[in-house]
Design a binder for this molecule. Structure first.
Ligand SMILES: Cc1ncc(COP(=O)(O)O)c(C=O)c1O
Length: 460
């Protein structure tokens, strides 16, 4: 960051100027957010009648893309970033496989911004499996599986995932996000209740909204609050779904799974566990929170996961009992009306699963580096929240401006890490989010934490 950007404005110190600029930003954002909510709350009927009165009176707000409140929010954030001297950290172009290091604009960076947890993306066996599948089947499944039929590698992957969770079967979708949206959106309805951790991933919230069920968040990892909610609410609903994550994507901690299983059994509810950041990470063999907590596969109703992280591919899955999987295969819109997973992507995930079994030392390496990171960060007095020091470690900076500046300062010193701003997290909880991978070296971790501590001190 240059001196000029840090300098005084009308006698105000940099940080006071930041605070004022940020307050303005928040005020403007709040205004467009309220506008958006108001327009969502207006009944469709009322709006249609108004439009029909006279086309000439239709406001620009309703016929121009640049008037969408969501777009205006993006513009405000972009302008705010410029005002605060923080260039956009998004959409950097990587010039090869991103693992513990990556190359951007010809420079090498220590990389903490990829979910390549076990370094299986770029592994020769995984790439070869994908290439062989292309040679055999081409690049696309070309239609939905009920229509276009099966490619053996798709079913092999599903059976391997079912085996991993020790359940009857599994179903693979083309996106992890869509897996949650379509599964929850399809299975549950207006007479049902969806209870999810307050820090749950957006895909689960979206699925809940699509379902029309009542959706209630419970405080993060608080199984007692969930139990209490169910004692109060269970009787008012038909089906109840509880959603938790194996490792939380923003905070890097995990739930006490056995407690959640007891609760779901006590209240006759279904339990969904999103394993996106836990597969390949938790448990000695990296089999996720099931292995870590020592529970049976059938004690959880829906094991959900993504293929895009440890499994070096793209897609998502649900594993569980036969009646669930068969039902989804014949009826879930995101499976029935969407193309089947492309053969090279199925083959790469399958090859990655094989490597997970053959090379469990990768899981141990990731854990060692994660623990090292968190121990050093705590020694330096950095705020790592409640992270368990595994795949995801946040360094909470407080303000969004501070997170943006710190990420840029790290980038200038050869470290690529992504800031997470308001509104993705609450204001005051902005952070840099570090994804650890098995190939990070002790030196890289030590260097990174030292740079972080130095830059935070400089920016204070
Ligand atoms: C917890 C969680 N669930 C689901 C998803 C969606 O997965 P994908 O990115 O593979 O679509 C993500 C993405 O990061 C996630 O963090």
């Amino acid at each position: 960051m240059t001196k000029a950007k840090k300098g005084n404005l009308f006698g105000l110190s940099g940080s006071v100027k930041d605070q004022l600029a940020q307050k303005m930003l928040e005020k403007r954002l709040k205004k467009v957010t309220e506008l958006q909510m108001n327009s969502e709350n207006k009944s469709d009927g009322a709006r249609t009648r108004k439009s029909l009165l006279s086309n000439s009176k239709i406001s620009d707000d309703f016929c121009r893309f640049d008037k969408f409140p969501g777009y205006q929010q993006i513009r405000i954030l972009e302008e705010g970033g410029k005002q605060l001297g923080v260039p956009s950290p998004f959409f950097k172009v990587h010039e090869g496989v991103a693992s513990n290091v990556t190359h951007i604009a010809g420079q090498e960076y220590i990389n903490f911004a990829s979910y390549n947890y076990l370094d299986l993306c770029g592994h020769p066996d995984v790439s070869e499996a994908a290439k062989n599948a292309i040679d055999t089947y081409g690049t696309s499944a070309s239609a939905s599986r009920p229509v276009a039929g099966e490619r053996p590698v798709q079913r092999d992957l599903e059976l391997a995932l079912a085996k991993l969770y020790d359940v009857d079967d599994s179903i693979v979708f083309v996106s992890g996000h869509a897996t949650n949206v379509t599964t929850i959106g399809y299975l549950f309805g207006p007479k049902d209740l969806i209870l999810h951790d307050s820090l749950i991933h957006n895909s689960i919230v979206q699925g809940g909204q699509l379902s029309g069920a009542t959706r209630l968040p419970f405080p993060h990892n608080d199984w007692q609050a969930l139990d209490e909610l169910l004692f109060q609410q269970r009787k008012n609903y038909e089906r109840v779904l509880i959603c938790v994550e194996g490792i939380y994507s923003m905070d890097g901690d995990y739930p006490d799974l056995k407690r959640f299983i007891e609760i779901k059994q006590r209240h006759k509810a279904f339990l969904l566990v999103d394993e996106a950041h836990a597969l390949g990470v938790l448990g000695k063999k990296g089999h996720g929170i099931k292995e870590h907590a020592g529970v049976d596969g059938h004690e959880v109703d829906l094991w959900m996961g993504t293929l895009s992280k440890t499994l070096a591919s793209c897609g998502g899955y649900i594993a569980g009992e036969k009646a669930l999987i068969e039902h989804l295969k014949f009826s879930a819109p995101g499976f029935l009306y969407s193309v089947g997973i492309s053969p090279p992507l199925a083959a790469s995930a399958l090859a990655a699963l094989k490597l997970l079994d053959e090379e469990p030392e990768r899981v141990l390496q990731l854990k060692e580096r994660g623990h090292q990171f968190i121990a050093l960060a705590q020694e330096q007095g950095l705020n790592v929240g409640s992270s368990a020091g595994l795949s995801v470690i946040p360094v909470i900076t407080g303000s969004s401006a501070m997170a943006g500046r710190l990420a840029n300062a790290c980038f200038e010193r050869g470290i690529n890490v992504q800031p997470i701003f308001y509104p993705a997290v609450q204001e005051g909880m902005a952070r840099l989010r570090f994804f650890i991978c098995s190939s990070h070296t002790e030196e890289q971790i030590e260097h990174t934490v030292n740079v972080l501590a130095e830059e935070i001190n400089k920016l204070k």
